[in-house]
Design a binder for this molecule. Structure first.
Ligand SMILES: [Zn+2]
Ligand SMILES: [Zn+2]
Length: 163
């Protein structure tokens, strides 16, 4: 994926979390986590490997093009360590092209931001939120992802964004 695109994602995250956020350009290689019977990559294994390079003082977000799964689900948009330093998102199913529709780059970035904020929210200890418009609402389809906002509701914000 293009570096400029990652910079846009980083800028959005810095704005939402009110912290500095920079892009590490070293590639995230998930090939080892490939499951040939599913044709997908095991999200938890990649997250585990990612966490070896993380430090407790920061948050590390892996951004992958690979189609990720966990054994109980057909796919995941991302996964995170609850209260841990690492999160992982997949861009694979966030593009309109994946669904046979014309490309919408703005919508693609918006979805990636929401998914990144959601997974990072888990790293701050947040669980899923019953408020459908909150970014911490559980979403397993892009239609639902498009309905919710990129923002934390007031009660989630108190945990993720302490004043
Ligand atoms: Zn979640
Ligand atoms: Zn919430």
């Amino acid at each position: 994926m293009a570096l400029e695109w990652l910079d846009e994602l980083a800028a959005a995250l810095a704005h939402i979390f009110r912290v500095s956020c920079h892009v590490i350009t070293s590639p995230l290689d998930g090939a080892f986590a490939f499951d040939p019977s599913r044709g997908q990559y095991h999200s938890t294994a990649i997250l585990e490997r990612l966490s070896r390079t993380a430090s407790e003082e920061t948050r590390l977000l892996g951004v992958s093009e690979l189609d990720l799964f966990v054994p109980v689900l057909t796919f995941v948009f991302g996964e995170a360590q609850l209260q841990g330093p690492c999160a992982l998102i997949s861009l694979h199913r966030l593009r309109e092209e994946f669904y046979g529709l014309p490309a919408r780059p703005g919508l693609f970035l918006e979805r990636a931001i929401k998914e990144a904020v959601h997974e990072l929210g888990h790293t701050f200890g947040l669980r899923h939120c019953p408020n459908w418009s909150c970014v911490m609402a559980s979403t397993h389809a892009v239609e639902r992802l498009d309905l919710k906002s990129a923002k934390f509701c007031a009660s989630c914000a108190r945990i993720a964004l302490p004043a």
